[in-house]
Design a protein around this ligand. Sequence first.
Ligand code: ARG
Length: 405
Amino acid sequence: MKEKALLLYSGGLDTSVMIKWLQEEKGYDVVTLTLDVGQEKNDLTAISQKAELLGAVKSITHDCTSKFAETFISMGIMSNGMYSDKYPLSTSLARPLMAELAVRYAHENACGVIVHGSTGKGNDQVRFEVSIKALDDSIKVIAPVREMNMNREEEIEYAIRKGIDIPYGGKYSVDENLWGRSVEGSFIENIGNSVPVDAYRWVKPLDDATDTPEEVAITYENGIPSALNGKKMSLKSLIIKINKLAGMHGIGAIDMIEDRVVGIKSHEFYECPAAITIIEGHKYLESAVLSKRELKVKKYIDEQFSEMVYGGLWHDPLMGYICQFEQTMNEPVSGTVHLKLYKGNIVHSGLESNNSLYDHAASTYGRGQTFDQKMSPGFIYVYGASTVASRKIRNKQFQEISLEE
Ligand code: ARG
């Protein structure tokens, strides 16, 4: 009996070529796994039929969009997950879920090998392989694109030779899911170019963005969005709706020169309208309900979360502790945030929360204020004592940079 390999199969050129290659060059029986994580074109039945036509002994499809939203994206929201403060980790967050399902189906189908379509230059190979190995170190991983070292032209030739129909993928390399769309390659590779309009799909380029501003109200419960404009809905539906809404207003286009895990800088274009809007609202709500010290510590942990997710370390035990921290810190993050969307901007338009630490009576300059201003001079005396003392001793040194003429 032949050994079985489980292939993460998207239906695109790379992974279609792999079905043949694994059978013919490596002698495996191929089981394909196609996952729906909310990508736009996802006719799972057609993809599965194509796999079988190319000789797969079994083709599995699995819609994990809700799981992706509820377990992975929700952690991304609670942690304000952004790599380098710019990229909401859309591709990064989906990979550990895909790895988990690949391991599960490999076990169920007695496959000792998992095959993925990533290249040897990107982050995805790292994410898939660290996760798969962390879940089951005995599984062998094969990355044919990396191993064959084929370029796109060679792949197309191989496909033609083997009678594989070549899907029209456009000129860019695109990865899509509910949380965003990553686009790279072609003109985007030249950092001297601005991102061409034909790379946009989810976000209206600013010139075409809707002329009238629009207000949305997002309700968060323990950090997770639960209603849009007062209407309760699943996180998945809410994200789909905000992707459309915010995209129309030109929000969520991200042009980024990115530092990959493998040390390469790359120029990537992202479209993440819902992610950008939801995280903006989440941060605004946090600023009202968390204390200054909590915000500071949380910001540091948020950054560690983002670095680890980007770097493929979702299945590291530390990630579990970070997620526990994030969940605890999000317990008071409940309330409704109003945001105005207009021409690429998100403008705060108020918030309501029962947990807000904002005390109007303490901050007001108006009547009825409760803050005892007479306490401030004593505070300033103690707070400034060290500065006043050291300035007396080192006065000479500072005279040189003084503003006095
Ligand atoms: N650079 C992004 C990341 O590492 C996206 C990678 C996939 N992008 C693509 N266009 N195929 O998460």
